[in-house]
Design a binder for this molecule. Structure first.
Ligand SMILES: Nc1ncnc2c1ncn2[C@@H]1O[C@H](COP(=O)(O)OP(=O)(O)OP(=O)(O)O)[C@@H](O)[C@H]1O
Ligand SMILES: [Mg+2]
Length: 346
């Protein structure tokens, strides 16, 4: 195929040469053939370039060098032209190829370095995030084991800590698994028609503990259509977004969730009055492990929103983040409306 493309270029140059044979000097035409050899080398590699060089010399000789339409050459000087055409073509091609290879190697090395950095950051962050709850769990459990006569209130509080931390671990491992599935293209989406109110209500119910002290308001218009989603996966999305809204709110503990129909989609907005996301990070926060530089105190892996994006995109929906007038963040989702209504008959 690459040979064919190169031959096509030679044909084009030859046609051009025969159209302008009276105006264009033979040496200039030879330059055009050199150009073809160089292009062939850069785009399609060494062997097609060699073939192009040989073919160019033959075609040039046959069609343009007197006596025309024969491979014999009237003047010895043309032999020099051929030799030059051939050598220059090949030398330039091999230089160009080397430059290209070097550039590729450099960019690959850079990519590798970036990937390595990311992996180290990932391992650091994940091992830290796994260790913190594990340490808390094993701390609580060993206190319980060491002191059998521990007061009931204290025992309950230790058990509660262990359970909470185990839940954090569960969440993190779940995020990591989801991420791996999204990346491997193995995320299975089992869609069914879901009532948006049900989705939001269930998500809020599950996060009840985390939402303690928050004022949560919802605005869901009557008659909102059902959305076509995988319910458990979308619950994970909602949980991650609400978890962020809680985590990144300090004084003003208000969360608003609103939904409305937008054509073939239902738009859902989750808004908080927290510390907000700097404008330069609004798109980046959806990248794996991307965390906004913040003063110490806000823990996280930087996985939550990238998992959300993976899940939402597997549904054919969209997710983005915006800053809110008056402070805070809005996360905007779009989910497809369920179109085949199973209750349609009857
Ligand atoms: N509601 C929000 N308000 C302010 N900043 C936010 C909000 N949601 C996300 N961010 C910023 O976006 C970054 C990425 O969020 P993401 O949920 O992906 O990771 P995380 O919360 O840091 O960690 P994880 O969710 O994996 O525990 C966060 O580090 C945070 O700085
Ligand atoms: Mg998060």
């Amino acid at each position: 195929m690459n040979y064919l493309k190169s031959i096509l270029l030679i044909i084009i140059v030859s046609l051009f040469g025969s159209l302008f044979q009276h105006t264009i000097a033979l040496t200039n035409l030879a330059m055009l053939y050199i150009l073809v050899v160089v292009i062939t080398a850069i785009r399609w590699g060494r062997r097609p370039a060699l073939a192009a060089a040989v073919l160019s010399v033959l075609v040039f000789d046959f069609f343009f060098v007197p006596p025309r339409y024969s491979l014999t050459v009237a003047h010895a000087q043309y032999l020099i032209t051929f030799a030059t055409l051939f050598t220059v073509g090949l030398v330039i091609s091999s230089l160009a190829l080397k430059a290209k290879e070097r550039a590729e190697a450099a960019s690959q090395a850079r990519l590798l370095k970036e990937a390595e950095k990311l992996q180290t950051a990932f391992l650091n962050s994940v091992s830290h995030d796994l260790r913190t709850p594990l340490a808390a769990i094993s701390g609580s459990l060993s206190s319980l084991l060491q002191d059998p006569g521990i007061a009931e209130a204290e025992r309950n509080s230790l058990l509660e800590t262990a359970a909470e931390e185990a839940e954090k671990l569960n969440q993190l491992v779940g995020d990591l698994l989801d991420m791996a599935r999204v990346e491997a293209g193995a995320l299975k989406v089992f869609r069914k028609p879901v009532d948006v109110e049900d989705l939001i209500g269930t998500a809020l119910g599950r996060m009840e503990k985390a939402l303690h002290g928050f004022q949560v308001s919802t605005a869901l218009p009557y008659g909102l259509p059902e959305v076509d989603i995988d319910f458990p996966l979308m619950l994970r999305v909602m949980a991650n977004i609400i978890d962020n809204a809680v985590k990144y709110s300090s004084e003003d503990k208000q969360i608003e969730i609103a939904a409305r129909r937008e054509g073939q989609f239902v738009g859902i907005e989750i808004s908080d009055r927290g510390i907000g996301i700097p404008p330069t990070d609004l798109e980046q926060v959806f990248r794996k492990f991307h965390r906004v530089r913040r003063p110490p105190g806000w823990e996280g892996t930087g996985l939550g929103l990238s998992v959300c994006k993976g899940i939402i995109e597997a549904h054919g929906g969209t997710i983005r983040a915006e800053n809110r007038a008056g402070g805070g963040t809005v996360i905007k989702l779009k989910l497809s409306v369920f179109s085949g209504d199973p209750h349609a008959q009857g």
